[in-house]
Design a binder for this molecule. Structure first.
Ligand code: ADP
Ligand code: MG
Length: 606
């Protein structure tokens, strides 16, 4: 065994710094927390080049005494915790005494600070953790910290930084969360000279939400609250009609701390269980307050996770707050909106275009005047096409197809046609399964799964360039700043899929083209589904690209529960029966064989 040595202090410091300061946004997070802890009412955050070259945070808080300025940069030096018992009752955001030491160890830092009511301030300059200058200075009350050239002395970490744009967007999201967490503090965020956020600091949650998330989000929020002797929950949850395609607008604060927690997320979403379809998520800004002794904040170096003494109390607090808001919202504030939505659905249903089997044309479905009957017009059929002209169907049946549920009976019979030499299409059942007779078997093909596989394979092999459909008016997708940035960074790749995305304000993109196979109404949800995949592994890796192709294939494939044209079904049958495909991209089978002898057995023939 090689000899064991104790690491030199500065190496140990660099290792410790790596835990706290992962990227520029971790610096910003720690410094804003310090400013909030200092009692500041006004905080300004300025960055350039994604925070890599320059971060400056100014506050009007209590300031640091000249005699304490150096100590503040020692490891485990803090004014917020004095002994082990103190850990039970942390009421500040910081307490570990590590942030300033960690930041200083990997950058060039300047501190200027003046205590309230003292005549003079102090300025301190550090490089890689070493103090290189300390002198008295005239400055406003409060503290300014400038951090330059982050990771200049740790090239290994520098290599892992993303583009300035991505780092800036991560900082923006940290500032946004911090600003939301404290409506009583006015926070300004200036990025490359331009103000991005500025909250009024008037202690009103609504004005804080409005200035950070915009009018549209704020308008979709219902106020939520619940309280008992253990826990109080206050804030906003979104009305069901304002649900989004992802969770990026779920904000939880526990005793003023920004927290990511599956428990809280689940409690919120449980309240929407019967109101939202899968793939749609509620948004929220919820402040959870409980006794400091009920929460353990010392479980994560970046303090973004906590442990609760009673998960159930917290779960119930959030769940009932959200449920109460939904119930109240529906009967009082939201009634109009829900009524409107139903009306909209009805009117959409009344002019839905359906294609009917046996015809390659589209038919307009009109609602009959008496309940229960829908009339289907069809265009005149050409030679060789078979159709019985008009067809009536039950209203319930039609609605079934509108909400994508399989219908109960055999739908339009297809004329028996030759799909391939030895197989014959008999029809389509439940708007999902194509039925085929081949040799001594009856086959069922899941049309969505089969089409999905075909699209996936061709996307993957590069043989498929989706036809791009140009939209008369662009679709504006408000996905949040982080997602908007990810999409813009991958605009070239998205173009190869048929989407053209352009920047539209800070947290939105304008979409001018979409792949022709994708429903315009699905634009936002598809793009929002792609964001985590683009972020996670990016398009450079095969695994990442595959999961993106799966999403596109799934959305572009013909839908189960919707009727399809005969030609589409024939093509699918050809590809499946030739043995070319057998499983959908998710691994489910696309075809199922029922052998004649099994049928015969069932009927007691053998
Ligand atoms: P912690 O926040 O965990 O105490 P830090 O390393 O972040 O540790 O800060 C060390 C100490 O420096 C703090 O405890 C506080 O006393 C002082 N300090 C840091 N930033 C500020 C600030 N903006 N205003 C006043 N004091 C500050
Ligand atoms: Mg701190």
């Amino acid at each position: 065994m090689p000899k064991i040595i104790q690491l030199e202090q500065h190496v140990a410091d660099l290792i410790a710094a790596g835990e706290v300061v992962e990227r520029p946004s971790s610096v910003v997070k720690e410094l804003i927390e310090n400013s909030i802890d200092s009692g500041a009412g006004i905080i300004t955050v300025e960055i350039s080049s994604g925070g890599m070259t320059y971060i400056r945070i100014t506050d009007n808080g209590c300031g640091i005494a000249p005699g304490d300025a150096k100590t503040a940069f020692f490891r485990h030096a803090t004014s917020k915790l004095h002994n082990a018992e103190g850990l039970e009752a942390i009421d500040t955001l910081g307490f570990r005494g590590e942030a300033l030491a960690a930041i200083a160890a990997v950058s060039r830092v300047e501190l200027m600070t003046r205590e309230v009511n003292s005549a003079e301030g102090i300025s301190l300059t550090l490089e890689a953790g070493e103090v290189i200058d300390m002198s008295p200075v005239g400055c406003p009350e409060g503290t300014t910290i400038i951090v330059r050239d982050l990771f200049f002395n740790t090239p290994a970490r520098l290599k892992f930084m993303k583009s300035d744009r991505a780092e800036a967007s991560s900082i923006a999201s940290v500032v946004l969360r911090a600003a939301l967490s404290r409506p009583d503090v006015s926070i300004r965020f200036i990025r490359d000279g331009k103000t991005e956020y500025h909250t009024p600091g008037d202690s009103r949650i609504d004005s804080c939400v409005y200035s950070l998330l915009g009018r549209e989000i704020e308008a979709g929020f219902l106020s939520a609250e619940s309280s008992d002797e253990n826990i109080a929950v206050e804030g906003y949850v979104s009305s069901p009609v304002s649900a989004r395609g992802n969770r990026s607008y779920q904000f939880f604060f526990v005793n003023g701390r920004v927290i990511r927690s599956i428990l809280l997320q689940t409690a919120l979403e449980q309240a929407y269980k019967n109101t939202l379809p899968s793939g749609r998520f509620p948004s929220c800004v919820l402040f959870i307050t409980t006794k400091t002794s009920n929460v353990d904040v010392n479980v994560h170096p970046a303090k973004t996770e906590v442990k609760f003494i009673s998960d159930k109390q917290v779960f119930d607090g959030v769940y009932y707050a959200a449920l109460g808001a939904l119930n109240k919202g529906q009967t009082i504030n939201d009634k109009g909106q829900i009524g409107d939505r139903l009306k909209r659905q009805e009117s959409m249903a009344g002019s839905q275009w359906l294609s009917e089997g046996g015809s390659s044309g589209k038919q307009k479905v009109e609602s009959g005047s008496s309940r229960g009957m829908w009339k289907v017009e069809s265009r005149k059929l050409g030679d060789g096409e078979s159709n019985n002209g008009f067809r009536t169907m039950q209203a319930d049946e039609f609605r079934g197809s509108y909400v994508s549920e399989p219908q109960k009976a055999f739908n339009f019979p297809l004329s028996a046609c030759e799909a391939s030499e030895a197989s014959r299409i008999i029809g389509e059942a439940l708007n999902v399964y194509i039925i085929i007779e081949k040799d001594n078997s009856v086959w069922f093909i899941d049309k969505h799964a089969a089409h999905e596989r075909i699209l996936f394979d061709s996307l993957k092999s590069g043989n498929y360039t989706p036809m791009s459909e140009s939209l008369l008016t662009p679709v504006i997708c408000r996905l949040g700043h982080e997602d908007a940035v990810v999409l813009l960074e991958n605009a070239g790749f998205l173009e190869s899929l048929g989407f053209s995305v352009e920047s539209f304000g800070e947290d939105s993109v304008a979409v001018r083209h979409i792949p022709a196979d994708i429903d315009i109404g699905d634009t936002e949800s598809v793009l929002s589904d792609l964001c985590p995949q683009l972020r996670r592994s990016g398009v450079a890796e095969t695994a990442g690209r595959d999961s993106i192709y799966k999403t596109i294939a799934c959305k572009a494939a013909i839908k189960a529960g919707k009727s399809s044209e005969k030609r589409e079904l024939e093509t699918l049958v050809d590809r499946v029966m030739s043995g070319e495909i057998s499983q959908c991209p998710h691994g489910r089978p696309v075809a199922f064989e029922l052998k004649k002898n099994v049928l015969d057995k069932g009927f007691g023939r053998v």
